[in-house]
Design a binder for this molecule. Structure first.
Ligand code: BGC
Length: 729
């Protein structure tokens, strides 16, 4: 449709029809069932809410969606098609590793490929827009949704958000297999006090502008079609009602011109937030903040018309919101092709097809991080008697929250894959995932304490007579994700006991950890020879894992988030700030910044990860020791694979602004390059620093660089002390 036709259509629509466009409900209200990803509330519908609805979330299945669309359009006065949206986060039915794991690949291209697979499958099922990517910056692993972000780091957040939008949307939304993306959750949702879910985030303007906005910007730079408001309040103003945040920052400063949707029921929740006295005021505040679509409340549909009548909001505001929604539908080609790409045939062809599975397997192998590997116990020498043990050795639930797994049988367990490959290992379950007493949603496995004890005894006996043991442990899959914040982020106690007992009788233990967040591994690391962090790797996780354990693939991932030493050390990040009393690891009780019972540094730093070979790096050299504004400085290192096999390494460049008008991070990731070298091979790696990379919000809040000394660190993780200096003149 031409723009002029859209304007004409808008002109012909009644106020009620326009308001309908601004409402989104689950299909349950249209007589079909859909997944509920939030509370249903107590809705009283008067009929027109569903007849004039603009969009639906969580309806899927080509046949289902086409039927819904047909029935709906027939009864709509202007036959305006519905927009179908869904949370397609890390894959649709072919599940990829959780976003946090994907960040560890340090390969945004991999996330793009994953998003392409997801969009093809979702599009075939009738989905036109996904509520992804999430780019909330998170440094607190207690927050359950840490699994949904690619990294604690803003550069990675930027690159991954951008890549994912490019993957979903392609270059033309009307093309088959491309769907719209929605950046979320705007803004600052990842910084709740103490990691508490749905809570206030207190972030200074400087930190917010400089750090927290970067990820969202990545998606906007890639032309993301939609944005979602966050549940939290930012500096005590709920986002959904924050006019400054949505209009000034999101639309004006970041240049977002797409459709803004509330999060689930977030408009109505303004009453709970105690900033709206009733649903009418909640709607008024949200429209004033330019929130175009009210997801899952009736605040808009029941109040907007009256608010216009009373002059509390204007018809121009309604028109503006409606036009943005119509424009999106038009960009997706829905007026010409209301089913978008829904196709029963394509569904059969694409969902879980070989090509998608292969890509998911590659992605999973590239996201598992090798944290320890004493005596090079990995890859496994399968000539030794080997036991696979633990609650995840024969468990399909190795996919994270936000996985639309219709059929868990599409996922194979580690045990099944070992069987398929004729790998000779013995098995013992060891324990359940959570043990007898737990309160975790939808966890059903129950055993008496006696049964658990018996299981443990059998397992210890097997460990005694095995030359090596691989212990598959982890969080329960819904212990991380939305509404799954924890104060204690250790492994479940029953599994800690299992590790203790097994490691007492066997010196050759490899730990494989499934998780949605960095868990506290402080006491566990010394007890075992090796730790492979598998995250929740998805549909092909077991295959990828076996590829790594057997050495068919080498691990190449690096931590995209720091691992804390204990739960109360959260939040922790490599991007710490200079203080008046810098901590000194060698001094005790020295009035230095930090704690008296725990070092200030994380247990495992950002950027860290081992592989099956060894690398050396030369001293970094710079192309000059001064730089002017229009110049770049090139940092050069020579990297050598000194081990016995091919491997990949991520060369990381961090910058420290040595003196500035405000406190600067002690170092900040500015560039990186992933390289592959065969045994004995060397390569020269060059990474550039530009003036633009040195900009920050200065004392007077202008975004610019300041002249002076800069330190450039280049190494294999964020603790490297390989540096050189230059001056910006
Ligand atoms: C989540 C969003 C999600 C939405 C729709 C909310 O509870 O915060 O991330 O997109 O539900 O399912």
């Amino acid at each position: 449709m031409k723009h002029s036709e859209l304007i004409k259509l808008l002109g012909e629509m009644s106020l009620e029809e326009k308001i309908g466009q601004m409402c989104q409900l689950v299909p349950d209200f249209l007589g079909k069932t859909g997944e509920l990803t939030g509370p249903l509330g107590h809705f009283v519908l008067n009929g027109n809410e569903t007849k004039l609805l603009g969009s639906v979330l969580n309806a899927n299945g080509a046949e289902n969606v086409m039927k819904l669309q047909d029935e709906f359009m027939k009864n709509h006065p202007h036959n305006i098609p519905l927009l179908f949206m869904m949370d397609v986060i890390n894959g649709y039915e072919t599940i990829f590793p959780i976003p946090l794991a994907q960040g560890c690949s340090f390969e945004p291209e991999l996330a793009k490929e994953g998003a392409q697979v997801a969009s093809k499958e979702a599009a075939a099922e009738g989905i036109a827009v996904t509520f992804s990517p999430m780019a909330d910056m998170v440094t607190d692993a207690r927050w359950g949704r840490v699994m949904e972000t690619p990294s604690e780091d803003k550069l990675l957040n930027y690159l991954f958000a951008k890549a994912m939008v490019e993957g979903y949307q392609g270059d033309d939304l009307t093309k088959k297999g491309n769907i719209g993306a929605c950046i979320k959750h705007f803004a600052g949702y990842g910084a709740p006090e103490g990691g508490k879910e749905y809570y206030n985030c207190e972030i200074s303007e400087r930190t917010f502008m400089e750090d927290y906005l970067t990820g969202y910007k990545g998606a906007i730079d890639a032309g993301v079609t939609m944005a979602m408001t966050s549940f939290n309040s930012l500096n005590r103003i709920p986002s959904t009602a924050n006019e400054w945040l949505m209009k000034k920052v999101l639309r004006e400063q970041l240049g977002f011109d797409g459709v803004l949707i509330s999060d689930w029921a977030a408009v109505g929740e303004l009453v709970n937030h105690t900033i709206a006295q009733d649903e009418a005021q909640a709607a008024e505040l949200s429209v004033n903040a330019s929130v175009d679509i009210d997801m899952m409340t009736l605040c808009y549909s029941h109040n907007l018309s009256k608010l216009v009548e009373e002059g509390r909001i204007t018809i121009e505001q309604i028109d503006e919101c409606t036009l943005r929604i119509l424009e999106l539908k038009n960009k997706l080609g829905l007026f010409e092709n209301p089913y978008k790409d829904a196709s029963v045939e394509d569904e059969k062809k694409l969902i879980l097809c070989d090509e998608h599975r292969q890509k998911a397997r590659k992605a999973a192998a590239k996201t598992m991080v090798l944290l320890k590997n004493d005596d090079k116990i990995l890859p496994l020498d399968l000539n030794k008697s080997t036991a696979f043990m633990g609650p995840y050795a024969d468990n399909r639930q190795i996919y994270g929250a936000w996985s639309w797994v219709d059929n868990e049988n599409a996922i194979k367990t580690v045990r099944e894959i070992a069987g398929e490959r004729n790998i000779k290992v013995s098995f013992a379950k060891g324990s359940t995932v959570l043990g007898a007493k737990n309160r975790v949603k939808s966890y059903t496995e129950q055993m008496t304490e006696q049964e658990e004890n018996k299981l443990l005894e059998e397992t210890i006996e097997l460990a005694k007579c095995s030359e090596q043991v691989v212990l598959f442990v982890g969080e329960y899959r819904l212990q991380s994700g939305e509404a799954s914040s924890r104060t204690d982020i250790e492994l479940p106690k029953i599994q800690q006991k299992l590790i203790d007992e097994v490691s007492k009788v066997n010196d050759n233990v490899v730990l494989v950890v499934f998780a949605g967040r960095p868990l506290v591994l402080t006491d566990l690391l010394p007890k075992v020879k090796s730790v492979l962090y598998a995250w929740f790797p998805g549909t092909e996780g077991a295959n990828a894992l076996m590829d790594i354990l057997t050495g068919e693939q080498s691990p190449s991932a690096k931590l995209s988030i720091s691992f804390p030493r204990c739960s109360s050390q959260c939040p922790v990040s490599y991007r710490s700030f200079s203080t008046g009393r810098p901590s000194d690891a060698n001094a005790e009780f020295n009035y230095a910044s930090g704690y008296i019972d725990c070092p200030i540094t994380p247990l495992l730093p950002f950027g860290y990860g081992l592989t099956y070979t060894d690398f050396e790096i030369s001293k970094v050299t710079l192309s000059g020791n001064t730089m002017t504004e229009n110049d770049t400085i090139t940092a050069t290192v020579t990297v050598t694979n000194t081990g016995g096999r091919e491997g990949e390494q991520v060369v990381q460049l961090y910058v420290q602004d040595v003196k500035a008008s405000v406190i600067r991070p002690t170092r900040e990731l500015k560039a990186f390059k992933k390289i592959k070298l065969s045994a004995g091979e060397s390569a020269q790696v060059e990474l550039s620093v530009s003036e633009e990379m040195l900009r920050f919000y200065t004392r007077d809040m202008s975004f610019k660089s300041e002249k002076g000394l800069f330190r450039v660190y280049v190494g294999f993780d964020s603790t490297t002390d390989n540096f050189a200096e230059f001056s910006l003149v």
